[in-house]
Design a protein around this ligand. Structure first.
Ligand code: 3PG
Ligand code: MG
Length: 378
């Protein structure tokens, strides 16, 4: 893989693709792990007297439309606090200048052409600065213009320090084939995660599910899930995975009439009413036992709507169980990092990755487009 340490950046201008897709609420960054993770690269560039324009996506706006809701402004403000300097937020690539040490370009997904890996946009990005550095591990599974096309098109592209650290740590962790390995996959992106579960079954003895994924599995196994989030088109797929007998489902769940109702009850998975939705799950004795005896744990995604106290217990108990297990634990994903920050001491997790989907695809052994474009080989 082409590395920053081997690339001449002295006195140069740099376009640095990072993953600043961080959780934001009411204009405030809730977890800045992904921001802090790019400091080593930025510090090095500053020492090399380079001028840097940061490029990132934020959320999933309708491609090519600039919806204020997905502006990187809250992130720019947090960057200003962290680096104690003014950070200009350029609205378009045409506006970019390198008068300041660090600046930021508005959400790259506002630009038509980003998610379809348009050649013109890739070329523009690659020519924005002298060097194109890719340090967005969290987006390395996307073959978009800024995560693939620009790397290919650039005369001088390389991986940043975060990317190097992530790939080194994950390779080391994946090479140890310790059994039993338990994977935990939660979150709401059902269809993308079902694919992940399928692959993770090859490297794990069992997969414990949470969130919307669990609902789909519960429905596939004949349970009433009331008004819960579920992806019906995935039911048949879920049935196939259940047939492996390696999917660990909860015994009890936390249900409510609505997410805002302020009321909830715990019930067995076969006692959910038609007008109720599953918003959290109880860590079963079986799951606790599997976590305690695991040698390796791969964790991505919360098991409930943990941002709300009423539905946070499942994710909290899960985090605590992983923290007290002797297993080598790998965790990744924005929400997972936030849950770790909320409920446990981060030092009790062996390795925290800034990637969510990318982290999963890497541990599944899939080829990641950005990494391939940088010449990475397993
Ligand atoms: C993430 O949060 O997992 C990354 O930033 C990638 O985001 P995406 O799933 O919207 O491409
Ligand atoms: Mg994510």
């Amino acid at each position: 893989m082409r590395k920053l340490g081997d690339t001449d950046v002295f006195n140069k201008t740099v376009a640095l693709r990072v993953d600043l897709n961080v959780p934001v609420k009411d204009g405030k960054v809730l977890d800045d792990t992904r921001i802090l993770a790019i400091i080593p690269t930025l510090q090095y560039l500053k020492n090399q007297n380079s001028k840097t324009a940061l490029i990132s996506h934020f959320g999933r706006p309708e491609p090519g439309t600039d919806d204020e809701k997905f502006s990187l402004l809250p992130v720019a403000k947090r960057l200003e606090e962290i680096f104690d300097t003014k950070i200009l937020l350029f609205q378009s690539l045409q506006d970019v200048n390198f008068n300041n040490d660090i600046s930021l370009v508005e959400n790259i997904r506002f630009m038509p052409g980003e998610v379809v890996n348009d050649t013109d946009l890739s070329s523009q990005l690659s020519k924005l600065a002298d060097v194109y550095i890719f340090d967005a591990f969290g987006a390395s599974h996307r073959s978009h213009a800024s995560t693939f096309g620009a790397i290919k098109a650039s005369q001088a592209s390389c991986a940043g320090f975060l990317l190097e650290e992530e790939t080194d740590a994950l390779i080391k962790a994946m090479r140890s084939h310790e059994a039993p390995t338990l994977s935990i996959v939660g979150g709401s992106k059902v269809s993308s995660k079902l694919e992940a579960i399928k692959s993770l079954l090859h490297v794990s003895n069992e997969v414990l599910t949470g969130g919307g994924i669990t609902n789909t599995f519960l429905k596939a196994s004949g349970n009433n899930i009331g008004t819960s989030l579920c992806e019906d088109s995935m039911i048949e797929h879920a049935k196939d995975l259940l047939a492996t007998s390696k999917i660990l489902l909860p015994e009890e769940v936390v249900v409510s009439k609505s997410i805002q109702s302020g009321e909830s009850r715990v019930c067995s998975i076969d006692a959910v009413q038609d007008d109720e939705m599953i918003l959290d799950q109880v860590l079963s004795p079986e799951a606790s036992e599997k976590i305690a005896i695991a040698k390796k744990i791969i964790w991505n995604g919360p098991v409930g709507v943990f941002e709300q106290k009423l539905f946070s217990k499942g994710t909290q108990e899960l985090a605590q169980a992983i923290a007290s297990s002797n297993a080598y634990s790998l965790a990744g994903g924005g929400e997972t990092l936030l849950a770790i920050k909320m409920f446990i001491d981060k030092s009790n997790i062996s390795y925290c990755s800034t990637g969510g989907g990318a982290f999963l695809e890497f541990v599944e052994g899939k080829e990641l487009p950005s990494l391939s474009a940088l010449g990475f080989k397993f």
